[in-house]
Design a protein around this ligand. Structure first.
Ligand SMILES: Cc1ncc(COP(=O)(O)O)c(C=O)c1O
Length: 360
């Protein structure tokens, strides 16, 4: 007998979602799989092993994540989306066949000075409006020309990232404005492009280029404010589940849990479930956050504690100690939970802690 909180990872769904991403690429284009942050909490090595036969390359945030994949036996190229932080990473990047983002001028100088045995493949990041990482459009053409002239550099991809590809009608900068800026910045240069994250790949055909970079869609959560036919085909990558470990009745006027946040207005059957914020179930979850007990949809009642939550069993047929509880996954959309917690599915997935065993 052990604590029933587990994250079931559906590797076959993640592969299916990657195939969907690939089907949206243009004929001359392909997708790499973004598996940074431990594959968004799903377990990077296991996810990469499942995807490796299907993907041309992977992307992670940093060299530590890439090395973990190599130690797990992953052989495909791995792009470092944040690039290298210090020049001493360069020999390892070259030796391991990693690709690196380049987002500021000193990085080109470091590559020139590193005297590496092989030319590095680089993804030159242009800031087309996100204002987070990358060269300004005004200098982008010169930077790319400089990189093209360097024998220390092999293949070049020009990359940019969208601020608002998920929104129906962004108040901020539009994806098409970002695309126009980028294409104008490097006009006439012979390079491959990579623009699309999941949202752009799903919703903005004009953003599809030689390389796409889907992340969240591989794990089955749609990033789109309004779903479309393609995003509706995504399959959940993770089911977070636990079980009821105690039940009791509370009467009208009685409260449940810390801060007495939930107060019963009628006789209410409370189930206590073994999962809490130390497992990554968000403490911000409000009363009414959806979950399923024995396959029947119900709601969170009372504040989330470190190791437990309390749920409404009043109308759940047959629920008792041992009943299975799904926090998100096949029946409960992680986006729906996130909406009750003032967050996003990315945050829920990456927040599932080490205490929760991943079962594949
Ligand atoms: C540079 C870059 N490309 C691609 C992705 C994948 O984005 P998404 O998970 O929204 O598909 C990310 C994720 O944040 C990113 O930072």
């Amino acid at each position: 007998m052990s604590r029933p909180a587990v994250a079931r990872v559906h590797l076959e769904h993640i592969v299916d979602n990657f195939q969907l991403a690939t089907s949206l690429c243009p004929e001359s284009g392909q997708a790499l799989a973004v598996i940074k942050a431990d594959a968004y909490g799903h377990g990077a090595v296991r996810v990469a092993q499942a995807l490796e036969p299907h993907v041309p390359a992977f992307a992670v945030a940093c060299i530590e994540e890439a090395l973990e994949l190599r130690q797990g036996g992953i052989q495909k190229p791995i792009l470092l989306l944040e690039g290298f932080f210090t020049a001493d990473e360069l020999p390892v990047i070259a030796e391991q066949g990693f690709w690196t983002a380049v987002h500021r001028p000193e990085q080109l100088a470091h590559i020139r000075e590193a005297a590496l045995p092989v030319p590095l493949n680089v993804w030159i990041k242009i800031d087309s409006g996100m204002h987070r990482l990358g060269f300004d459009p005004e200098v982008a053409g010169n930077v790319v020309r400089q990189a093209q002239s360097m024998p220390e550099i092999g293949n070049i991809v020009v990359m940019s990232h969208f601020a608002n590809a998920d929104l129906d009608a962004p108040a901020g900068i539009n994806p098409n404005t970002q695309v126009d800026r980028l294409l104008a910045a490097v006009e006439g240069l012979d390079v491959d492009f990579s623009l699309a994250n999941s949202a752009a790949l799903l919703a903005h055909p004009f953003a599809r280029q030689q390389w796409q970079r889907p992340g969240i869609m591989l794990y089955g959560a749609s990033p789109l404010e309004t779903d479309n036919a393609d995003s509706s085909r995504l399959k959940p990558g993770m089911t977070l589940e636990s079980a009821v470990i105690a039940t009791r009745w509370v009467q009208p006027g009685e409260s449940v849990g810390y801060g007495s946040r939930f107060v019963a207005d009628k006789p209410t059957r409370v189930g206590t479930v073994a999962i809490g914020y130390a497992d990554g179930y968000p403490r911000q979850a409000v009363d009414g956050t959806p979950l399923a007990v024995d396959g029947q949809r119900t709601r969170l009642i009372g504040r989330v504690s470190m190791d437990m939550i309390t749920v409404d069993l009043t109308d759940i047929d047959g629920a008792d100690v041992g009943s299975k509880v799904e926090l998100w996954g096949e029946q409960i959309d992680a986006n729906d939970v996130a909406a009750h917690c003032d967050t996003i599915a990315y945050h829920l997935f990456t927040g599932v802690t080490r205490r929760v065993p991943r079962v594949y």
